[in-house]
Design a protein around this ligand. Sequence first.
Ligand code: NAD
Length: 477
Amino acid sequence: MTENLEFPREALIRGEWRALPRRFPVVFPATGEVVAEVADCGIREAEEALEVAVAAQRTWAQATAYERAQVLRRWYELILAHEEALARLMALEMGKPLKEGRAEVRYAAGFVEWYAEEAKRVYGETLPSQFPHKRLLVRYEPVGPVYGITPWNFPAAMVTRKAAPALAAGCSFVLKPAEESPLTALYLARLFLEAGGPPGVFQVLPTSDPEALSRPFLEDERIRKLTFTGSTPVGLRLYQEAAKTLKRVSLELGGGAPVLIFADADLERAVAETLRAKFRNIGQSCVAANWLFVEEPIAEAFAQLYAERVRALRVGNPLEEETDIGPLVNEAALRKVEAHVEDALARGASLVVGGKAQGLFFAPTVLLGVKPGSRIFQEETFGPVAPILTFRDEAEAISRANAFPVGLAAYVFTRDLSRAFRVAEALEYGIVGVNDGVPSTPQAPFGGVKRSGLGREGGRWGLEEYLEVKFISVGGI
Ligand code: NAD
């Protein structure tokens, strides 16, 4: 399984690979086999890494933007050169099909490339003064040492989307990857060192006890920023903890996206894009289509064509080239998906295709006639299930989409340009894909409103999250 694949399993602290007697297993969800036993960090490692990060922060902030950019540029090139190994590691640790893993590596590298370029463009400003003897300057400085927590669903991209802008800005970064997917994070860290990244600037602490490991970072005044991607309940707790030391926070939280498909849409395109929006990453994406609302006159035609395409998706071992749908990440994920489908059917929905589990594999599923009280209508499913619902007109579509408590991504399919603008502007979501099922890209802002979080990643917005503003007033001139 891991033949010809060489990868680190130890914690990265102070630029050294730290072997620990405590280990925890990373499991291949397709078969249940153990991929590796990984170093299990605790409070001691956290406290050491914290001190290292505080010290490394000072020197890294003093490196010139050109020096930081060069390290990032080399890191980007190395990530691309290791695309295959990283894609395999992701397939092994969380079940992402290989072809999607390769695409994720390129997406993840894209953030490093973008911020390597942007590091040199953190321009200050001068302000006109009403006093002839004063000069008013604005400078951007790194916010300080950062603690980052990432989820398992995009083990490479969630790391670079945070670490690249932080490092570009001159911040040191301690990463706690998800228990399910520490191997990709450690591999990325090894490439950072190879790229010339100074020891201690980027540290990775795998752990089986995220709460205990996080405590020292949350409580210490010197950690100036918390960046988190994960579920809304965990995000809310961390927000409260971080408030005690008044840290800056970025919270990329739960999603669950509505898709609005109007009768005037290009049906083929709507089906193809919605298929990607729903089934990419086995439905385990924060911007995954969670509810497909179709305008009544085309609902039947859409459902038929959609079900046909869903039937053609290939479920299989994520390490095989042709696989479209791999296993879900773990038992808990499978149980949630099963419960959503069972509950929807019990409340009167009908099953068009799928609905069955085998091991951790859940067949891609389409449901019709889901009743509003169903669990699937109220929660993020995070799995390969597409409930198709209908609406009568534009006003109803918008109000149903805005009734959800989340606000990360929404999708609209229409050929009417006026409607495209009207609906995109009316939707209370951070990201709107218009005739586009995969809008995320490194140069654009990614993030949500309402219960989907705070702050943005990507583009210049992602860099601002790691910059502090300093005003210098010079008098007596
Ligand atoms: P999760 O919240 O359970 O875990 C995410 C991370 O938080 C993991 O690293 C985990 O170890 C850590 N964690 C859990 N409890 C913690 C605690 N008490 N203290 C400190 N750290 C803790 O989320 P998950 O189920 O792994 O990920 C799926 C969720 O993430 C979904 O809701 C999805 O929408 C969301 N997500 C959001 C985005 C986004 O950009 N908005 C991107 C990807 C995933």
